[in-house]
Design a protein around this ligand. Sequence first.
Ligand SMILES: C[S@@+](CC[C@H](N)C(=O)[O-])C[C@H]1O[C@@H](n2cnc3c(N)ncnc32)[C@H](O)[C@@H]1O
Length: 289
Amino acid sequence: MDISTLIKLATKRINSLKTANPNIEADLLMSAVLAKPRSWLIAHNDYQLTKVEEKKFNNLVKKRLLNQPIAYLIGEQEFMGLKFKVNKNTLIPRPETELLVETALQNYAKNTLYLDVGTGSGAIIISLANKLKDKAKYLAFDISQKALVVAKKNSQLNQVDKLISFRSSDLLTLIIKQNTLLRGVEQLVICANLPYVPTAYLKKLTKPDNKSLAFEPALALAGGADGLDLYRRLAKEIKTVKNKNKLLKIVCLAEIQPNQANKIKNILGAKTLILKDYCHKDRLAVAEF
Ligand SMILES: C[S@@+](CC[C@H](N)C(=O)[O-])C[C@H]1O[C@@H](n2cnc3c(N)ncnc32)[C@H](O)[C@@H]1O
């Protein structure tokens, strides 16, 4: 069959999921199978797929009908206008996290070190390095080795690999052990989109579920009973870093769920600002230490 016919059939089937743009999803799956941009599909819509290509396409459509996220099926996601490879070991970067990146950029000052703790696909730190280039220093931590492999690959694809150091660390452990990482740094901006989903909510998710969360790694999501366990530990560790480096200004940007705003203020301090995302929901805590 040709591109046009297969895309029409797939759009109809994907439409049953009630997603916003079934036609775009069908296009994206076709692009992935043929390794061609969407513009190529339009210009060659009478191209006859080989049997192998057609089978691959129909398999992807079948997986999509089981609610598998489109980003995992095509292996990439756009964030801050850049492309990021993703797989089952990384969270799919979300549009609301762009607020964290924009706020981090606004907090730029001379001799800043940006630290992305829980980097996942590297979306946050790579976007920062892409904008600020060598005006700042960049460190990215994750406890998952598999996520770090993806993040490093993304830094190469986006040509910022020479600027960022990706390291394995449980929250701030590495920086607490190696204070030399802060040499010459006057401001440390900690970018934290740590797991913040309450355990009980995660337990309710089953596959096939229409929530992307059902397919994403638990290590990237599970935040304990109220979702804030990792932020509690992070706050303690920030205080340890501050005690060792009294003159260092530390800014912590922590992404949250809208209903966690009051609790995060208790954790990060009463002066914590809460910023709203583009859907007018409480999304980002900004605290200074
Ligand atoms: C919600 S995901 C965010 C990924 C990425 N920053 C983003 O915004 O798309 C959280 C990440 O934190 C990592 N993580 C979980 N526990 C951690 C810990 N104790 N120390 C460091 N990273 C951790 C997970 O492996 C995952 O990559």
